[in-house]
Design a protein around this ligand. Structure first.
Ligand code: 3PG
Length: 306
């Protein structure tokens, strides 16, 4: 069996070494395609491989068609909106993710970025503290729960909304549930987005929702680009000089935001949330062991396509 790691944004070496150990002890071969710049490199690399480990790499129908021996794709991470599930199913390919494995890394980055923004990028002017501020967690999954845990350490007043998580479960985590997305945005000065990208969540954060936020509000997005209505955000930022936006997923209109909203807009140049050695090891090793489990025993844990 041949396993390919195809990562435009590579794992830490220690994670690759761990994956190699797991794959080779099952008697399989590991091949690597890192930092590729052209889709053709991916199309060539997938030929003849039986299993594929990816991150946010786009695995569309063309890639799946080119992968003539493929049995399984594991997205080493949480969101699998980069994989054409329908095509995978049609080609008899199992798709899995590794939920929870990189969520602490993403949650820690939320606070790294937040502190940087509220302290004015450390340029010498007085900023504000997070203690006592109302933080709204939009979607209470693995990352949202870690954000809540860390926020409590900062002494923040933590609220959450999740359409699929019962209010009792939010309360059990020591967080205040609210009844609607609107209520979350009305209540909190800072909202942290953790919504997965699905057809239902496309552009859910729009001008109207942002308009519910109190004066001096801040939105942080370490989830996905698609959940933001970028035109609505731009308009809102133009009209509200007190509003700040931080993102770990560069928007399409990044240059415009940079030029117009210096000091109240920041984007990482590349998605950095899950880019820690620990998250790479956790997600990479989980991916490798899920591949071996599937190929050896047909174990379909964490399968996301039917
Ligand atoms: C995820 O969905 O797991 C995160 O967004 C991390 O994505 P990455 O592996 O591309 O950094």
């Amino acid at each position: 069996m041949k396993v390919l790691i195809a990562t435009e944004k590579p794992f830490a070496k220690v994670a690759v070494d761990g994956i190699r150990k797991e794959i080779e002890s099952a008697g399989y071969e590991l091949v690597l395609l890192e930092k590729y710049t052209e889709k053709q490199q991916l199309l060539d690399a997938v030929k003849g491989v039986n299993a594929l480990i990816v991150r946010s790499d786009i695995i569309d129908n063309e890639v799946i068609e080119a992968a003539d021996s493929l049995k399984i794709i594991v997205r080493a991470g949480a969101g699998y909106d980069n994989i054409d599930l329908e095509s995978a199913t049609q080609h008899g390919v199992c798709v899995m993710n590794t939920p929870g494995q990189n969520s602490n890394a993403v949650a820690e980055l939320v606070f790294g970025l937040l502190v940087m923004m509220v302290r004015g990028f450390y340029e010498g002017k007085p900023g504000i503290e997070l203690k006592g501020k109302k933080l709204g967690i939009h979607a209470f999954g693995n990352v949202g729960k870690n954000v809540a845990r860390i926020a409590k350490g900062f002494g923040m007043d933590v609220y959450a909304y999740d359409a699929f998580c019962p209010a009792e479960d939010i309360e059990k985590a020591g967080v205040k549930p609210v009844a609607s997305v609107k209520e979350l945005y009305e209540t909190c000065h800072i909202v942290s987005l953790h919504v997965p990208a699905t057809p239902q969540t496309k552009k859910v954060v729009n001008y109207e929702l942002l308009s519910c936020m109190p004066q001096g509000a801040l939105l942080i997005n370490t989830a996905r680009k698609d959940v933001i209505d970028e035109e609505g955000l731009l308009r809102f930022m133009e009209e509200h000089a007190d509003f700040r936006y931080i993102t770990d997923i560069m928007p399409s209109n990044h240059e415009v935001l940079m030029a117009n909203f210096k000091g109240r807009y920041f984007s990482t140049p590349k998605k950095m949330g899950a880019q820690t050695a620990e998250a790479n090891i956790n997600a990479g090793l989980a991916a490798a062991s899920q591949i071996v489990g599937y190929l050896e025993k047909g174990d379909e844990c964490f399968r996301v396509n039917k």
